[in-house]
Design a protein around this ligand. Structure first.
Ligand code: CP
Length: 317
């Protein structure tokens, strides 16, 4: 694998899940693969899980790791060409990227959507510049439109817990006080569409995602109806995608919070969320703390997904 920005680049999902299972059972089997190789992790946005799990994955593979927080301790970076740089950004990404590329063998990038300009976000301008100008393999640690390391961990977690060949997976919008990108729900939908699971997405009117990601999912605007018979509830907030409402909050109705009453409509479903999660906005305390909550094993599988992808990239260096 050269670059990794979408779960669709894994090709056969079953093979990828088998590779992930091997990595999970044999975390130190490929230590020589990363010897004398350096991973540079670049964060334009905050992180807990991605930062720690990807670093741990690289260490398991024998790599050295450098972490750069672009907004803390580094020069502020201009990202647009043609800008007269007389403001507060003394360095341009177009010089910074090849410089960063010269210090490492593999680059991980986290660069969220700005939610101001849909075309800019959906063209993945930042991560694509890293791919174009760094000269190194680049993987997404959550970009503007996708979070594929999260998606691989999510599907691995479902595979580990499912008790039916074709479980019903429901992705539900839930309220949040801030406008969040669509990257996680887009990517989750993209990944679930690679499986044969029954797939339902539920959200208030106005929160329709890009159909290029939702694909074959059934959209159900009645959250309670969507939950009926579900085996997995995957909760996430996102801001509006459609038209002039792009990046806006249209609803803060806490009737959409996942609680025990709604979980009782399911077939004893597992609860999932990528974290961080706002308790009693997205999900009630009792649901996230229940024995059916998978949020911790789901987060733990982030090491496995990162290591699976890094191993594939290192194998093709
Ligand atoms: N789920 C996830 O990517 O978590 P962080 O934002 O903490 O990395």
């Amino acid at each position: 694998m050269k670059h990794f920005t979408s779960i669709t680049q894994l090709g056969d999902l079953k093979d990828a899940l088998a590779a992930a299972k091997y990595v999970k059972e044999n975390p130190f089997a490929d230590q020589e693969l990363g010897w004398n190789k350096t991973l540079l992790m670049i964060f334009f946005n905050s992180s807990l899980r991605t930062r720690l799990s990807t670093q741990k994955a690289a260490l398991n593979l024998g790599m050295n790791v450098i972490v750069l927080d672009v907004n803390q301790g580094a020069w502020k970076l201009e990202t647009e060409r043609g800008v007269i740089m007389d403001g507060d950004k003394p360095e341009h990404l177009l010089e910074a990227i090849p410089v960063m590329g010269s210090y490492c063998d593999v680059i991980g990038v986290r660069a969220f959507a700005g939610l101001q300009d849909r075309d800019y976000d959906y063209n993945e301008v930042i991560i694509n510049q890293f791919i174009k100008y760094s000269g190194k393999p680049v993987f997404s640690m959550e970009a503007a439109t996708r979070h594929p390391l999260q998606t691989l961990a999510d599907i691995l977690t479902i595979e580990e817990h499912k008790t039916k060949n074709r479980p019903k997976v429901v992705m539900t919008w839930a309220p949040h006080p801030r406008a969040l990108p669509q990257a996680v729900p887009n990517s989750f939908a993209e990944g679930i569409n690679m499986t044969d699971y029954e797939f339902v997405i539920t959200h208030p009117h106005g929160y329709e995602l890009d159909p290029a990601f939702t694909g074959r999912a059934r959209i159900e605007y009645d959250q309670r109806k969507a939950f009926e018979g579900a085996d997995f509830i995957y909760a996430k907030n996102w801001s509006a995608y459609a038209g002039d409402n792009y990046g806006k909050i249209l609803c803060t109705d806490r009737d959409w919070t996942v609680d025990a009453e709604k979980m009782a409509l399911t077939d004893n479903a597992f609860f999932m969320h990528c974290l961080p999660v706002r308790r009693n906005m997205i999900v009630s305390d009792d649901v996230i703390e229940s024995p059916r909550s998978l949020v911790i094993p789901e987060a733990a599988n982030r090491v496995v997904s990162a290591q699976t992808i890094l191993k594939s990239i290192l194998s093709d260096l």
